[in-house]
Design a protein around this ligand. Structure first.
Ligand code: CAP
Ligand code: MG
Length: 448
């Protein structure tokens, strides 16, 4: 019996004060599965490869994890006493559950599919300041999706060109201009200059259209001092949002921005660039569901979730729908869920995806944003799939329009308005020259 085996107890009944993690473990041929599963629980909580003097003391055991369920194909569930974690400290929570374990030789591959947070931990995070209702109130938009566009080419254009494109898409009918994930404060488009010029164009576009317009300016930077400087500048120019690359900026970056959003009253748009480095391969890494839950807990207002298979990036329909459900779900089926050997637990899993139910308590819903290889003629199927309480983000699908950015924006807005009015896409194409031009260029072709 190895010291890792002690971390497996199939008679253990998780408490409501346990955090539950769902893992898929591929065990190397030379390894005993129980030892491998125990290694995941041990090395992600209190243990190591050798027994140690204090391991069996009561207070250490009180915060030790336990494998309490083993299913087929290497799926396991681990219970972590919530006191193992520091409340409100996501970097620490992940350093336990999603830290060294991925590199252990005792597992050939390891997938963290889901984490179910306890009530105390959920309430220890701020959650979204605005949420879906709050951001839609900025635009006084009720039922249609928010329309967003990111200038393309991604970076390299001058600040003047960037701001001009903003003016064109705003006057073409879109709500939000967005920086690309890799535009920050490069020499050719310095942040301070971009914020000034682009908000000037925003004000001009608002006057001309009579519609509220805003800007997802990317404040991702290398230090909290620089982050605060940029957020302050946004607020001084009347900006309503700050965009951040939550993976490359990291959890301390997101946590700092969430604090700043209270001080400077900006909503947070979360870009997830780099997520596919660890969520794409289904047998190793961390699922986007875990990232989405963390983003909601830590308080983003808008989050990219994919196109449900309709765009250029991977992310199948059922999982994108799961992401959407998880970040927007309000109510929770109160009461306990009988579950095999987990009587009286809040755990209710989706057997196909091995995901866990999550009670969000007081956390506001987050606006799902669909983006990546979308053009106007793909928006009907996206809205059919994801509904209209979403953001729709198009880059190439606007700026690749044969008649330019403003025409692309007009085409996209026509599609969304027609959808809400209950018209067919064919009727919409007939009614709009710009949409017909988009149709002639792209048809209904999906982009890969
Ligand atoms: C889309 C995009 C977005 C991706 C992000 C890009 O541009 O600006 O960053 O959609 O992926 O750089 O690819 P296009 P996700 O509209 O020109 O494709 O939304 O899946 O996080
Ligand atoms: Mg981008």
């Amino acid at each position: 019996m190895s010291v890792y085996d002690e971390f497996v107890d199939l008679n253990y009944k998780p408490k409501k004060t346990d955090v539950i993690a769902s893992f898929k473990v591929k065990v190397p041929k030379w390894e005993n599965p129980i030892r491998a599963y125990g290694a995941v629980a041990s090395e992600s909580s209190v243990g190591t490869w050798s027994d140690t003097k204090k391991l069996h003391t009561k207070h250490v055991q009180k915060v030790a994890a336990k494998v309490f369920q083993i299913e087929k194909n290497g799926w396991i569930k681990i219970a972590y006493p919530e006191d193992h974690f520091e409340e409100g400290n996501m970097p620490q929570i992940l350093a336990s559950i999603a830290g060294n374990v991925f590199g252990m030789k005792a597992v050939e591959s390891l997938r963290l599919q889901d984490i179910q947070f306890t009530e105390k931990l959920v309430k220890s995070f701020k959650g979204p300041k605005y949420g879906i209702k709050g951001v839609k109130k900025i635009f006084k938009v009720k039922e249609r999706p928010l329309l967003i566009s990111v200038p393309k080419p991604k970076v390299g254009m001058t600040t003047e060109e960037h701001a001009r494109i903003g003016y064109e898409i705003w006057t073409g009918g879109l709500d939000l201009l967005k920086d690309d994930e890799n535009l920050a404060g490069q020499k050719f488009n310095p942040f301070n200059k971009r914020v000034k010029l682009t908000f000037k164009m925003r004000d001009k576009a608002e006057k001309e259209t009579g519609e509220k317009k805003s800007y997802l300016i990317n404040v991702t930077s290398n230090s909290y001092k620089e982050l605060e400087k940029r957020v302050k500048l946004v607020a001084e120019h009347g900006g309503e949002y700050a965009m951040i690359d939550i993976i490359t900026a990291g959890w301390l970056g997101l946590g700092t921005l969430r604090d700043l959003s209270n001080d400077y009253k900006v909503a947070i748009h979360a870009h997830r660039a780099m997520h596919a480095a660890f969520d794409r391969k289904k047998d190793h890494g961390i699922s986007m569901l875990v990232i989405a839950k963390i983003a909601r807990l830590m308080g983003v207002d808008q989050l990219h979730i994919g196109t449900a298979g309709l765009g250029k990036l991977e992310g199948g329909k059922s999982f994108v729908l799961k992401l959407k459900e998880e970040i927007t779900k309000k109510e929770f089926k109160e009461g306990f869920h009988e579950h095999k050997n987990l009587q009286g637990m809040y755990i209710e899993e989706d057997p196909k995806m091995h995901t866990l139910n999550q009670n969000w308590y007081d956390k506001k819903p987050v606006l799902p944003v669909s983006s990546g290889g979308l053009h106007p003629l793909l928006l009907y199927p996206v809205m059919d799939t994801l509904g209209t309480d979403i953001g729709l983000q198009l880059g190439g699908g606007i700026h690749g329009h044969p008649k330019g950015s403003k025409a692309g924006a007009i085409a996209a807005r026509k599609v969304v308005d027609s959808y809400i009015e209950g018209k067919t896409i064919e009727e919409a194409i007939k009614e709009s020259k710009e949409l017909r031009q988009a149709y002639e260029k792209w048809g209904f072709k999906k982009i890969r």
